[in-house]
Write a protein that binds this ligand. Structure first.
Ligand SMILES: [Zn+2]
Length: 331
């Protein structure tokens, strides 16, 4: 039994006031239930989560929030409340509420799915200028990050004061940019043809926060969550050409799935014949890529990290072309 494990048990015991023996019993039971497929440490993390205890930092500034983070705690000042909207999905109607919060580091949209949370907007219980604490929420989104609350999340007013919040709203950029005009560290949409696809590479991340794990004695360590059972992710490099220039474009598992029209199966990407056939499908095809430009210092080149990818539809291309024609004819 490792020291790490003992520490974990003690921390759970301290936070829950349950005895060490009781917690160890729960961990053993959990492990037995999972047929010993997880380590004692892994089982301890599961028990901690079930008991609602965070074993790591979960309090974040808005700028620290990253896509894929779960169960985060955020404090923010409400800077704008949007009207509650209704939506229809699979014949069912639902409501969705949202507002923007800000702190000293940035601002982010908060999305509410739970009727109890939405009621707070409808009843004018929440007001612009007030500070709220959000707990147990997930960070999602495509072009912009968003905080999503489910029925297990908490949304409460806070007496904490936040001064000097950043209130300029993130610009939703729906326009298509030219590769030759891309600026580093900015979100944009590209429309271009895939002209080269490299072999996918694989790496391991933390299942909780998607950060890359390091290995010590064959155990996976997350910088935030300590010992974890890692998840394997794929990365795919491509070259995209839009007629102005080419750019090295990077897709991770979710984006590869969008591109290849598959559900998550990293193993499948290791199959050479599968790769060859998928590569042949996308090569020479035009797509719209949404994502962020970053400078790769190692290779001294600009790369485009894809957040979303979809096939360019012909009407869009025609609309864009006619726009160009219009502009040139007025000149
Ligand atoms: Zn982690």
């Amino acid at each position: 039994m490792t020291d790490n494990y003992k520490q974990l048990v003690e921390r759970i015991s301290q936070s829950t006031k349950l005895s060490v023996e009781d917690i160890e019993r729960r961990i053993e039971a959990k492990r037995a239930k999972l047929s010993g497929l997880i380590s004692l440490e892994g089982a301890a993390h599961v028990i901690a989560a079930e008991l609602g205890i965070g074993l790591e930092k979960q309090n974040y500034k808005i700028s620290e929030l990253n896509l894929g983070m779960r169960k985060v705690i955020v404090l923010g000042k409400i800077i704008q409340i949007y009207p509650v909207k209704t939506y229809k999905k699979n014949g069912r109607e639902g409501e969705i509420g949202s507002f923007m919060i800000a702190d000293e580091t940035g601002n982010i949209r908060v999305v509410l799915w739970d009727t109890n949370h939405i009621k707070k907007i409808k009843d004018n219980e929440l007001k612009e200028g007030e500070v709220v604490e959000i707990m147990n929420a997930d960070v999602r989104g495509t072009m912009n990050k968003e905080i999503h609350l489910n029925s297990f999340s908490k949304l409460e007013k806070s007496s904490v004061q936040i001064e000097n919040v950043i209130i300029n709203k993130p610009q939703r950029n729906e326009q298509i940019s030219k590769i030759s005009e891309l600026k580093p560290d900015s979100f944009s949409n590209l429309r271009g043809t895939i002209v080269q696809v490299f072999q996918p590479a694989f790496f391991n991340v933390c299942p909780n926060c998607n950060m890359k794990v390091s290995f010590e004695n064959e155990k996976a360590i997350c910088p935030r969550h300590e010992l974890v059972t890692p998840k394997e992710r794929a990365i795919l490099n491509m070259v995209v050409d839009d007629g102005t220039e080419t750019i090295r474009t990077i897709a991770f598992t979710d984006q590869i799935n969008e591109l290849y029209g598959m559900i998550e199966d990293v193993e499948l990407l290791k199959d050479p014949s599968f790769n060859t056939s998928k590569r042949a499908e996308v090569l020479g095809k035009e797509f719209v890529f949404s994502g962020k430009t970053r400078h790769n210092a190692l290779f001294d080149r600009t790369e485009f990290i894809i957040n979303r990818v979809r096939e360019a539809n012909p009407e869009e291309v025609i609309a864009e072309l006619s726009k160009t024609v219009k502009i040139s004819s007025t000149n």
